[in-house]
Design a protein. Structure first.
Lengths: 81, 143
């Protein structure tokens, strides 16, 4: 299964794209997905520890399970305002 | 819901008019503007980007929570995206309430929480340096 993850700001800049694909078995926990993300896209390694994951527009914790039906996004520390 | 993410200049007079109520004894307007100097670095402009559907959803959640927590008449929140020049507004929050205490407390909470949880990012376009995405890794609420 391929999961698509939206990227923003410095995360998007790190790999010069507004999303990445991660190949994995689903459902997968966010924690496991983070490890696969770094394995498959090493350029994201430095920013990842600071990022949160959003699933269908809500922040979710590491133990949350996701599938290809969810809208996934990597959320670097925000700086609006 | 009265939250808006726009690319145009923020019309703060419209926002004040929108929260005007005869039941309100206070109207509060907070405007966040682009600062020209940070430390010894000069900002030419800021460029704002959002994860728009989530940003709208989070702003609506903030608005709902504010109505539950304080005695508020009306709330308007507007965030601008794209290029914002020094002195221009990037965000504005208008709150009206029967008594001023609720408007002050609620307005302060809205901008502080927006800066922590709403997926919007600014890119600094410094003078004589490469553009830089701003990602606060320790929460600084006074920027």
């Amino acid at each position: 299964m391929t999961l698509k993850i939206k990227l923003f700001a410095a995360a998007a800049q790190a790999i010069n794209n507004d999303h990445v694909s991660v190949t994995c078995e689903t459902p997968v926990t966010i924690q496991a997905l983070k490890l696969l993300l770094v394995e498959q896209h090493p350029a994201l390694e430095s920013i990842l520890p600071y990022c949160r994951f959003a699933v269908n527009h809500e922040f979710m914790l590491d133990e949350h399970l996701v599938t290809a039906d969810h809208e996934l996004a990597l959320i670097p520390p925000v700086s609006g305002g | 819901m009265a939250v808006h993410i726009i690319h145009l200049e923020i019309d703060t007079q419209r926002m004040l008019a929108a929260v005007s109520r005869i039941s309100a004894g206070a109207q509060l307007l907070f405007i966040g503007t682009t600062r020209d100097i940070t430390g010894d670095r000069v900002t030419q402009w800021l460029d704002y980007e959002a994860y728009k559907p989530m940003a709208v959803s989070k702003l609506e959640q903030l608005e709902s929570t504010a109505y539950e927590r304080w005695d508020i008449c009306a709330i308007e929140i507007v965030h601008r995206l794209g290029k914002v020049l020094p002195g221009e507004a990037s965000v504005a929050i208008a709150v009206s309430s029967p008594h001023r205490e609720a408007a002050f407390t609620c307005g302060r909470w809205l901008i502080d929480t927006l800066k922590q949880d709403v997926p919007i990012w600014k890119q600094e376009h410094w003078l004589d340096e490469q553009p830089e995405w701003i990602h606060p890794t320790e929460k600084t609420l006074d920027e």
